[in-house]
Design a protein around this ligand. Structure first.
Ligand code: GNR
Ligand code: NI
Length: 172
């Protein structure tokens, strides 16, 4: 297992549409292991492969609390079905948009169809934080970031600040 660097906005790779996985094999499981380790280290509750620069439709997640047993989840080629009409708002953050949080509204419930760590087909009914996180991660697979739901003014302000920070970091 290895930690991989997390790429941050406005890196153009975050805008790529990730490609479906053809086979859940040992190489893909090694990628998922690295993703989980990188996510725990960050720390974060979810990670899409493109956030470490790999444009595959793979997501890892763990929503267990700090004092609970880890509960790693793996989603390969996920699809969202039956999003609810009812929406819920939540203050979101993203490891690829560091140190910025803002409210995003998404369907409160959805169903997710995906392949698991062993390549077996699964269907999961999601609500609450699970629904929020799976939709946030699915967006990454389409090259969408949570700041895309904010006003243009807010988004440009965030991106400008990130660019400036990256410029300063590169110069030091
Ligand atoms: O760690 C994360 N926390 C979070 C909080 C609210 C809504 C979504 C998230 S996902 C984020 C990790 C991440 O960037 N995944 O893509
Ligand atoms: Ni994110």
């Amino acid at each position: 297992m290895a930690l991989r660097p997390i790429i941050t906005a406005p890196d153009p790779r975050l805008r790529e549409v990730s490609k479906p996985v053809e086979k859940v094999d040992d190489a893909l499981r090694a990628l998922m292991d690295d993703m989980l380790e990188t996510m725990y280290d960050a720390p974060g509750i979810g990670l899409a492969a493109i956030q470490i620069g790999v444009p595959k439709r793979v997501i890892v997640m763990d929503l267990a609390g700090k004092d609970e047993e880890p509960e790693p989840r793996y989603f390969v080629n996920p699809e969202i079905l039956d999003p609810s009409e009812e929406m819920q708002a939540y203050e979101e953050g993203c490891l690829s948009v560091p140190d910025y949080f803002d409210e995003v509204e998404r369907p409160a419930r959805c169903r997710v169809k995906y392949l698991d760590y062993n390549g077996e087909s699964q269907v999961l009914d999601a609500e609450g934080m699970l629904a929020i996180c799976i939709q946030h991660e699915m967006d990454h697979l389409e090259g969408v970031l949570f700041i895309d739901y904010l006003s243009r003014l807010k988004r440009e302000r965030v991106l400008k600040k990130l660019k400036k920070e990256q410029r300063l970091a590169a110069a030091s």
